[in-house]
Design a protein around this ligand. Structure first.
Ligand code: TMP
Length: 209
């Protein structure tokens, strides 16, 4: 039995976590068995790595350390949770996956893609999402949505950094059009949810009447 792997990507404040939860609720009401998870994070080891990565006091972290920690968190998460859930036929909903590494460490931190691509293959055991939803939004609007909360290490980066993240996401969506759906994150929550649900039900072969 093979499940379905769905990832959500976007800049800070794009609303991807909200959309993931709305989708999970709709799928649960249809009796679908879902695993909801996130990156960096998931199983306890990966969540501990998340704490190190996002700790705003870790100013000294080098980009090289950062990319390896994201990969370490992903390897544990993919091997311990994602692959077993897919084998059991579950729908896995993941808030961020390796496209975030291309956008943040590849484009925004300017790390070499010739290194990131094989590292990603290694850390994912070659697992590729079936569907990826990109919630796209101008950076200023995304950052304005989050500026009332305590910002983590990555959220504190410059507007220019987040522009590079957004630009790379849009390029990834073009390069991998077979799995990406780009959504205007400025639309209402319900409108975005309806589009996501429609796409997912089509993928699952369920009629959305
Ligand atoms: P979150 O706040 O959406 O949970 O994401 C955590 C932060 O980690 C967010 O700023 C994006 C960043 N990130 C990367 O830089 N590279 C990655 O591979 C992943 C998964 C997240």
């Amino acid at each position: 039995m093979k499940g379905v792997f769905i990832t959500f990507e976007g800049i800070e404040g794009s609303g991807k976590s909200t959309q993931m939860r709305l989708l999970a609720d709709s799928l649960a009401s249809l009796g679908k068995d879902c695993l909801l998870t996130r990156e960096p994070g998931g199983p306890p080891i990966s969540e501990r790595i998340r704490d190190i990565l996002l700790d705003a006091d870790n100013h000294a972290m080098l980009p090289e350390t950062e990319v390896l920690l994201y990969a370490a968190s992903r390897a544990q998460h993919t091997g311990q949770w994602i692959i077993p859930a897919l084998k059991e036929g579950k729908i896995v909903l993941c808030d961020r996956y390796y496209d975030s590494t291309s956008a943040y460490q590849g484009a925004a931190r300017s790390l070499n893609r010739d290194f990131i691509l094989p590292l990603t293959d290694f850390a994912t055991f070659h697992t590729v999402p079936d569907l990826t939803f990109l919630l796209d939004l101008p950076v200023e609007q995304g950052l304005a949505r989050i500026n009332s909360r305590q910002l983590d290490r990555l959220e504190r980066e410059s507007v220019d950094f987040h522009q590079r993240v957004r630009q790379e996401y849009l390029e990834l969506a073009t390069r991998h059009a077979e799995r990406f759906t780009v959504l205007d994150a400025a639309l209402s929550k319900q409108e975005i949810h309806a589009r996501i649900l429609d796409k997912v039900l089509t993928q699952l072969g369920v009629c959305n009447a």
